[in-house]
Design a protein around this ligand. Structure first.
Ligand SMILES: Nc1ncnc2c1ncn2[C@@H]1O[C@H](COP(=O)(O)OS(=O)(=O)O)[C@@H](OP(=O)(O)O)[C@H]1O
Ligand SMILES: Nc1ncnc2c1ncn2[C@@H]1O[C@H](COP(=O)(O)OP(=O)(O)O)[C@@H](O)[C@H]1O
Length: 186
């Protein structure tokens, strides 16, 4: 199974994915986090933040996820993943892809600003430190219309969001395994 997260920087993708992975160890559910930030240092080092590059980024993360997923590893793609087009492409290309929206209003993210990116994006034009294409401020984010799971991280605690995503993964695994058991019995 491939869980493609999407959500603005600072919304909570890494925090929730990491906590879910920790929780899954006790249940012997293998989880791999495929994190945009990490892969941008290696496999996706050549990519920037244009629409084309962001889509290519997700395409590559999706490919890695598909290889691992074929071996029964639950892959969580933790990236901003801002465009409908590429989210749909991933879901159409690979089996068992679920979209999870990690949602937080931008005003709250400006307050969190864990990486200082929002402060820099809000600098006046022409300022040497200004970030010019930060998603949600001066670059688009297309909120998914019908995500498989929608987590509002400004309304629920980290623990509550972690439990919801974890339960979603467990339920999806069970429902996908049921027909297989039925086939074996028949
Ligand atoms: N301009 C701009 N816009 C968005 N993000 C920026 C930008 N510049 C740097 N960063 C940092 O890069 C991380 C986003 O990379 P992703 O691979 O997740 O992005 S994408 O899915 O290809 O849109 C993102 O990581 P997260 O904060 O974990 O989301 C940022 O730390
Ligand atoms: N309900 C929540 N779920 C996830 N993170 C939360 C929540 N509430 C507050 N936070 C905080 O928001 C920040 C999210 O950062 P991070 O996980 O790196 O985001 P992202 O990976 O989406 O950029 C962390 O500082 C985390 O403690």
């Amino acid at each position: 199974m491939i869980i493609q997260l999407c959500g603005l920087s600072g919304a909570g993708k890494t925090t929730i994915a990491t906590n879910v992975k920790r929780k899954a160890i006790a249940y012997h559910t293998p989880i791999e986090i495929i994190d945009g930030d990490t892969y941008r240092e290696f496999l996706c080092k050549d990519l920037g933040f244009s629409k084309e590059d962001r889509c290519e980024n997700i395409r590559r993360l999706g490919f890695v996820a598909s290889r691992l997923s074929d071996h029964g590893i639950v892959c969580i793609i933790s990236a901003i993943n801002p465009y409908d087009e590429i989210r749909h492409e991933l879901a159409a290309t690979y089996e068992h892809v679920k979209t999870v929206y990690i949602d937080c209003p931008v005003n709250e993210l400006i307050t969190r600003d864990t990486k200082g990116l929002y402060k820099r994006a809000l600098l006046p034009d022409g300022h040497p430190d200004k970030v010019s294409n930060l998603t949600g401020i001066n670059d688009p984010f297309e909120a998914p219309a019908n995500p498989d799971l929608h987590l509002r991280t400004n309304e629920k605690s980290i623990n509550a969001c972690t439990s919801e995503l974890f339960a979603f993964i467990r339920n999806t695994i069970s429902s996908q395994l049921l027909p297989v058991h039925a086939q074996i019995r028949n």
